[in-house]
Ligand binder design. Structure first.
Ligand SMILES: [Zn+2]
Length: 151
Protein backbone atom coordinates (compact mmCIF):
# COMPACT_ATOMS: atom_id res chain seq x y z
CA UNK A 1 0.00 0.00 0.00
CA UNK A 2 1.22 3.51 -0.78
CA UNK A 3 0.08 6.91 0.43
CA UNK A 4 -2.57 7.20 -2.28
CA UNK A 5 -4.31 4.02 -1.15
CA UNK A 6 -4.43 5.25 2.44
CA UNK A 7 -5.98 8.56 1.45
CA UNK A 8 -8.67 6.72 -0.49
CA UNK A 9 -9.46 4.27 2.30
CA UNK A 10 -9.42 6.54 5.32
CA UNK A 11 -12.66 8.44 4.50
CA UNK A 12 -14.49 5.11 4.22
CA UNK A 13 -13.14 4.00 7.56
CA UNK A 14 -14.37 7.22 9.14
CA UNK A 15 -17.77 6.69 7.57
CA UNK A 16 -17.88 3.21 9.07
CA UNK A 17 -17.19 4.55 12.54
CA UNK A 18 -19.92 7.16 12.21
CA UNK A 19 -22.41 4.50 11.13
CA UNK A 20 -21.52 2.38 14.17
CA UNK A 21 -22.09 5.42 16.37
CA UNK A 22 -25.54 5.92 14.84
CA UNK A 23 -26.47 2.23 15.35
CA UNK A 24 -25.85 2.60 19.07
CA UNK A 25 -28.69 5.13 19.15
CA UNK A 26 -28.92 8.63 20.47
CA UNK A 27 -28.15 9.44 24.07
CA UNK A 28 -31.23 10.20 26.20
CA UNK A 29 -31.10 12.17 29.43
CA UNK A 30 -33.70 12.44 32.18
CA UNK A 31 -35.47 15.81 32.19
CA UNK A 32 -35.50 16.00 36.01
CA UNK A 33 -32.75 18.37 37.20
CA UNK A 34 -32.26 16.27 40.35
CA UNK A 35 -31.84 13.00 38.39
CA UNK A 36 -28.77 12.12 36.35
CA UNK A 37 -30.07 8.99 34.55
CA UNK A 38 -28.61 8.64 31.05
CA UNK A 39 -29.19 5.85 28.52
CA UNK A 40 -28.83 4.85 24.88
CA UNK A 41 -32.09 2.88 25.04
CA UNK A 42 -35.07 4.47 23.33
CA UNK A 43 -37.38 4.88 26.34
CA UNK A 44 -39.98 7.60 27.11
CA UNK A 45 -39.89 7.70 30.90
CA UNK A 46 -37.03 7.62 33.38
CA UNK A 47 -37.07 4.32 35.33
CA UNK A 48 -35.91 6.16 38.49
CA UNK A 49 -38.09 9.26 38.73
CA UNK A 50 -40.71 8.84 35.97
CA UNK A 51 -39.91 12.12 34.22
CA UNK A 52 -39.54 12.31 30.44
CA UNK A 53 -36.33 11.19 28.79
CA UNK A 54 -35.12 13.77 26.26
CA UNK A 55 -32.73 13.71 23.30
CA UNK A 56 -30.14 16.44 22.76
CA UNK A 57 -32.30 18.22 20.15
CA UNK A 58 -35.25 18.26 22.58
CA UNK A 59 -33.04 19.83 25.27
CA UNK A 60 -32.01 22.41 22.66
CA UNK A 61 -35.66 23.20 21.79
CA UNK A 62 -36.47 23.62 25.49
CA UNK A 63 -33.30 25.70 25.79
CA UNK A 64 -34.70 28.22 23.28
CA UNK A 65 -37.93 28.39 25.34
CA UNK A 66 -35.86 29.02 28.50
CA UNK A 67 -33.92 31.76 26.71
CA UNK A 68 -37.23 33.36 25.64
CA UNK A 69 -38.55 33.16 29.20
CA UNK A 70 -35.32 34.65 30.57
CA UNK A 71 -35.34 37.51 28.06
CA UNK A 72 -38.99 38.31 28.89
CA UNK A 73 -38.44 38.23 32.69
CA UNK A 74 -35.15 40.14 32.68
CA UNK A 75 -36.46 42.52 30.03
CA UNK A 76 -39.55 43.25 32.15
CA UNK A 77 -37.39 43.84 35.22
CA UNK A 78 -35.01 46.11 33.31
CA UNK A 79 -37.91 48.05 31.72
CA UNK A 80 -39.58 48.56 35.13
CA UNK A 81 -36.30 49.78 36.66
CA UNK A 82 -35.71 52.08 33.70
CA UNK A 83 -39.22 53.53 33.30
CA UNK A 84 -40.55 53.47 36.88
CA UNK A 85 -37.33 53.73 38.90
CA UNK A 86 -37.66 57.50 39.35
CA UNK A 87 -41.49 57.59 39.46
CA UNK A 88 -41.99 55.62 42.66
CA UNK A 89 -44.26 56.90 45.47
CA UNK A 90 -42.76 58.93 48.30
CA UNK A 91 -43.35 56.11 50.77
CA UNK A 92 -39.79 54.69 51.23
CA UNK A 93 -40.97 51.21 52.33
CA UNK A 94 -43.19 50.76 49.28
CA UNK A 95 -40.51 52.14 46.97
CA UNK A 96 -37.99 49.71 48.41
CA UNK A 97 -40.36 46.76 47.90
CA UNK A 98 -41.10 47.88 44.34
CA UNK A 99 -37.40 48.20 43.49
CA UNK A 100 -36.70 44.81 45.11
CA UNK A 101 -39.38 43.25 42.86
CA UNK A 102 -37.99 44.94 39.73
CA UNK A 103 -34.40 43.87 40.46
CA UNK A 104 -35.67 40.43 41.53
CA UNK A 105 -37.38 39.97 38.15
CA UNK A 106 -34.23 41.04 36.34
CA UNK A 107 -31.91 38.65 38.23
CA UNK A 108 -34.39 35.74 38.33
CA UNK A 109 -34.69 36.07 34.54
CA UNK A 110 -30.92 35.63 34.16
CA UNK A 111 -31.19 32.03 35.46
CA UNK A 112 -33.43 30.59 32.69
CA UNK A 113 -31.43 32.70 30.22
CA UNK A 114 -28.14 31.09 31.35
CA UNK A 115 -29.71 27.61 31.63
CA UNK A 116 -31.23 27.98 28.15
CA UNK A 117 -27.96 29.08 26.57
CA UNK A 118 -26.20 26.10 28.18
CA UNK A 119 -28.91 23.70 26.91
CA UNK A 120 -28.81 25.03 23.36
CA UNK A 121 -25.00 24.89 23.38
CA UNK A 122 -24.56 21.46 24.98
CA UNK A 123 -27.81 19.59 24.25
CA UNK A 124 -28.19 18.65 27.92
CA UNK A 125 -29.48 20.20 31.11
CA UNK A 126 -27.45 22.13 33.67
CA UNK A 127 -28.61 20.62 36.97
CA UNK A 128 -27.29 23.39 39.25
CA UNK A 129 -28.76 26.21 37.15
CA UNK A 130 -32.10 24.34 36.89
CA UNK A 131 -32.16 23.87 40.65
CA UNK A 132 -31.35 27.55 41.28
CA UNK A 133 -34.07 28.48 38.80
CA UNK A 134 -36.68 26.35 40.61
CA UNK A 135 -35.65 27.84 43.97
CA UNK A 136 -35.79 31.37 42.53
CA UNK A 137 -39.24 30.79 40.99
CA UNK A 138 -40.47 29.39 44.32
CA UNK A 139 -39.06 32.45 46.13
CA UNK A 140 -40.83 34.75 43.64
CA UNK A 141 -44.10 32.89 44.24
CA UNK A 142 -43.74 33.17 48.02
CA UNK A 143 -42.80 36.86 47.69
CA UNK A 144 -45.85 37.48 45.47
CA UNK A 145 -48.16 35.86 48.05
CA UNK A 146 -46.56 37.84 50.92
CA UNK A 147 -46.90 41.09 48.99
CA UNK A 148 -50.58 40.34 48.32
CA UNK A 149 -51.10 39.81 52.06
CA UNK A 150 -49.13 42.78 53.38
CA UNK A 151 -49.63 45.49 50.72
ZN1 LIG B 1 -34.96 10.55 36.23
Amino acid sequence: MNDNDLSVFSPNQNGGEEAAEADRGEILRCHNYACSFVTYNDIDKCPYCGRRMLRADQFRTLGYILIGLGVVLSGMGAALIYFLGDKLPNDPARSLVAMAIFYGLFFVGLLPLAAGIYQVYSGQKHSKLQKMMMLAFSAVLVAAVLIRIFF
